[in-house]
Design a protein around this ligand. Structure first.
Ligand code: AMP
Length: 614
């Protein structure tokens, strides 16, 4: 831990850029602390309201303006980061401001009186306010930050967050997962070994992470969650109840009135919070008639409205535990993050399911920012003992001959990580090899997502199977993948940094994993056929080359036998006869191998090798 507050030259703050609220923290003498500008609240509502003359305001005042200025007041913009209209579904109907698709990027824009803003630009305005308040609290300029995002934000969403920081004049030194930051805030003082579950139910997203701590090193063993589940949904459930009551009593549909809708949204949230401590909440809706409409909601009513959502969070917990190979009894601690964990039903169900009380000592609204400040301190050199490891959400690999997917880095492996494997060529005299990089869980690349490709060129002509291509996949601590290929005999090499894959949503990630399970059997057979056919072709070509060599001491009957074996194997490959190819390869393989051992020597043996072909 650093011994004093950071000096102006190296000040790095931690920022929790939340769906509902944002805040900043910094490491101080006595540990991390939230930054509070004079006479302001540390929690800055993540709301931007546009006024006339291109002016805008951010924070509390913007939030208050949501009622009078609904069409020009943007809230929950984090939900729109890196997303297209198609990803958002009916969520857009609940937003009082207008969002549109852009034809070019297929990402949404916010339409304020015809002026289009990207979600990054709106987030940048929020970050700018966070930065200004941090500077005012610290009395020094701030240009560097660690920013947190939900664990399952995909590359596009993380990139959008970096862009937002850049627009706000902040260098995002690291993008950190919110649950990881929270565990950090709790875990620094305890140097225990064990498994921690971080349950983060905020305004817009739910995240659960299973963290393993060994000798003070944090490792994210698995993550799960839902980018569309949180306090906003509970507000919406109450809103629906209020709108229904108004419609029943008066026949009026307030959905078409943005101002009324915003007012009801705020009232719904207030009722929700009231129900965290009280047993009943009441609202009088004045719609300009003699009698206001009274809406009464009991805690039991509210719990019935949100029960299914809470059970969904618990299902995510179970799935993350299964991914991490951890039994529920082996969980040592549960950490609560996010304002919605104040809801009594959440606390009750989590305690019941895990058989222990969650940690609530730190304010669930501040814990992420505090952890981000700790990570900021690590980066600026204050604490070098602490390591943070995240996991790869989907397997990474490359295309091999025939469209098979060779996974080099498997899902849930911790980053940074590096894997090297050897490959060879299929055709003779290949002067270049295409390396196609994919991400996914299926056995064939056709069912996976292409991340990029590059060519290893300038290879000296060699027979198929002779080149020894060493392929290395390296994922750094920021999750950026670098793929390198090097042909060992010639020393020729090439590499790419894979541009982050844009637009993969968490639901898509979930879907991809689900599909891989459903299709596992068929995929495996398809892949086996491809691999065996490749092996058979290698055997055929290698043996044919041997047979074509002059002056080999083969008796003619052995030549004839081998030629017949080749023809037979070729026919089986053509017929895609999996069991037939398998059997023939075994027999033929043994025969040619002993032939190679006996007669041909090491060089030819390499032609018959079984390395995977590119
Ligand atoms: P976060 O995204 O972590 O800032 O969480 C904000 C969410 O927590 C919002 O949906 C709030 O309405 C909700 N929240 C804050 N306080 C309470 C409370 N006392 N009871 C229920 N929900 C709350």
């Amino acid at each position: 831990m650093s011994s004093s507050d950071s000096t102006p030259a190296d000040v790095v703050i931690g920022i929790d850029l939340g769906t509902t609220n944002s805040l900043a923290a910094i490491m101080g003498r006595d540990g991390p602390r939230v930054l509070v500008a004079e006479s302001a609240s540390p929690l800055i509502p993540s709301v931007v309201s546009f006024l006339d003359d291109n002016k805008h305001i951010v924070g509390e005042k913007a939030r208050a303006l949501a009622i009078r200025n609904p069409r020009r007041t943007v809230h929950s913009v984090k939900r729109l980061m890196g997303r297209g209209l198609a990803d958002l579904g009916d969520e857009t109907t609940r937003l009082a401001y207008k969002i549109v698709d852009t034809e070019k990027s297929k990402l949404v824009r916010i339409d304020i009186d015809g002026q289009l803003y990207s979600p990054q630009e709106i987030s940048a305005l929020i970050l700018g306010e966070v930065r200004r308040r941090a500077e005012s609290a610290l009395g020094t300029p701030v240009t560097k930050a660690v920013i947190t995002v939900p664990a399952y934000f995909d590359d596009a969403q993380r990139q959008a967050t970096r862009d937002a920081a850049q627009i706000a004049g902040l260098q995002a030194l690291r993008i950190v997962n919110e649950p990881t930051a929270a565990a950090l805030a709790y875990g620094l003082d305890t140097n225990r070994e064990g498994t921690i579950v971080v349950y983060d139910l905020g305004g817009g997203t739910f995240d659960v992470s299973v963290l393993k701590i060994t000798q003070g090193v944090y490792k994210v063993a698995a993550t799960s969650g839902d980018t569309h589940l949180g306090g906003d949904d509970f507000d919406n459930a109450i809103m629906d109840r209020i709108l229904g009551a108004v419609s029943n009593a008066t026949g009026k549909d307030l959905r078409s009135q943005p101002e009324a809708l915003q007012q009801i949204r705020l009232s719904a949230e207030a009722m929700k919070m009231e129900l965290s401590t009280g047993d009943v909440a009441t609202l009088e809706v004045d719609i300009g008639q003699d009698e206001p409409v009274t809406v009464r909601i009991t805690r039991d009513d509210f719990e019935d409205m949100i029960r299914a959502d809470i059970e969904r969070t618990l299902a995510c917990c179970r799935s993350a535990l299964a991914d991490a190979d951890v039994e529920i009894e082996d969980v040592n601690d549960i950490v609560f993050v996010g304002g919605s964990t104040r809801i009594p039903l959440v606390r009750k169900r989590v305690t019941e399911v895990f058989g222990r009380e969650p940690h609530t000592e730190l304010d669930p609204d501040r814990v992420v920012a505090l952890g981000a400040a700790i990570q900021a301190d690590v980066i600026s050199g204050g604490n070098r003992d602490l390591l943070l490891l995240d996991v790869i959400p989907l397997s990474l690999g490359l295309e091999t001959m025939g469209g098979a997917f060779a996974k080099l880095i498997t899902r849930n492996q911790t980053v940074p990580c590096s894997v090297t494997e050897m490959f060879s060529t299929y055709a003779d005299n290949q002067s270049g090899i295409d390396i196609n990089v994919y991400q996914g869980e299926r056995e064939l690349v056709a069912d996976c997502r292409k991340l990029g490709s590059f060519k290893l060129t300038g290879l000296p002509g060699m027979a198929a199977g002779l080149p020894r291509v060493e392929v290395t996949f390296l994922v750094d601590a920021d999750g950026v993948l670098t793929v390198k290929a090097r042909e060992q005999r010639s020393g020729v090499s090439a590499s790419i940094d894979v541009v982050p894959s844009h637009g993969l949503t968490r639901d898509e990630v979930k879907g991809i994993v689900r599909e891989s399970i459903v299709n596992a059997h068929a995929d495996f057979a398809a892949r086996e056929l491809i691999e065996l056919s490749n092996k058979a072709r290698n055997l055929i070509d290698g043996t044919q080359r041997v047979l074509d060599m002059p002056d080999l001491p083969f008796p003619p009957e052995q030549r004839d036998e081998l030629a017949a074996d080749i023809a037979n194997l070729r026919a089986l490959v053509e017929a895609q006869d999996l069991p037939g190819i398998k059997k023939a390869c075994e027999v033929f393989g043994e025969k040619t191998q002993s032939l190679a051992d006996d007669v041909i020597g090491a060089a030819i043996k390499q032609e018959l090798n079984t390395e995977r072909s590119l």
